[in-house]
Design a protein around this ligand. Sequence first.
Ligand code: ZN
Length: 377
Amino acid sequence: MYKLVKKEGLARRGLFETVHGTVQTPAFMNVGTSAAIKGGISSFDLKNELKCQVELCNTYHLHVRPGDKVIKTMGGLHQFMGWDRPILTDSGGFQVFSLAKLRKIKEEGVYFQSHVDGKRIFMGPEESMQIQSNLASTIAMAFDECIENPAPRDYTQRSIERTIRWLVRCKAEMDRLNQLPDTINQHQMLFGINQGSTYDDLRIEHMKEIAKLNLDGYAIGGLAVGEPTEEMYHILDVVEPYMPVDKPRYLMGVGTPANIIEGVYRGVDLFDCVMPSRNARHGHLFTWSGIRNIANAKYETDPNPIDELCDCPVCRNHTRAYLRHLFKSNEMLGMRLAVMHNLYFYNTLMERIRQALDEGNFTAFRERYVPLLSQRI
Ligand SMILES: [Zn+2]
């Protein structure tokens, strides 16, 4: 259940209630692909130190290994990884379309080979819902086709029509699964995903159709896949008026701190991205004055923390010189500390966005921080 608390322009301050607790929005979901955040971050780190509200896990990866039935036997994903706050699982669609070899799309679903062992797998709307029900996440994502940008118009048209038929099947299957006595989370929610590549009219038409299904939330998919940033913002501007106001809105796979502020400005409530953890593993650290490359020689004897304005456990305890040394000597700890700082930065960014909305000065916040957070220092 989503409650809109306050608006500033299109930006929304809200509360998203789930069976695993209330999410303060706008929020950033921390990506734990295979039920783990890459870089050695545990569930108790996320909860006790890093202010994470929602963790995102990947259905395809968990289906292949350890298998969703193993996770169901272990009591679901929450029990399995020791995390009691909300979890969103993706549908597996994105990985099927980006990782799997020899895929074949049919009306019933997609046939493909596992990227791990080459095993033949079939996944359609019903299978995706069954797997996500076994994982027992808080929010399940609809199974859809992720098409490339740019895609031919006639192909996009056929694809989004099929995506609507798949969405109807996802909803029916989720309703059925939620009524079964041995389902772990009988309140599992389902989000639909808007597609339509970069065609304004197809995006709008698709959004109008999926809004009729009265789902628990709506995502905008198929963006941040290589198109120019301005094009992504344009699609948000075009689709936003057709998104239900009483449901959370999720921009999938986005993005930089500036992208997130611009997304909130355009009415988005939820985000996810591998960027904070992936960039951290390469020594690229987000700070309140810009992006720092900790491997840089100028930090060799620098006694300051990564960011003087950050109060994360890493910045409270360690110097830039120490972090640089850990990276230079390939110590596992360097990666872990860098990921901790970056996730803390992202979760704090969302906290400050919410605070700006509460205080009615988000417009000023955006003007100040969009340029500042994008610069390299
Ligand atoms: Zn820090």
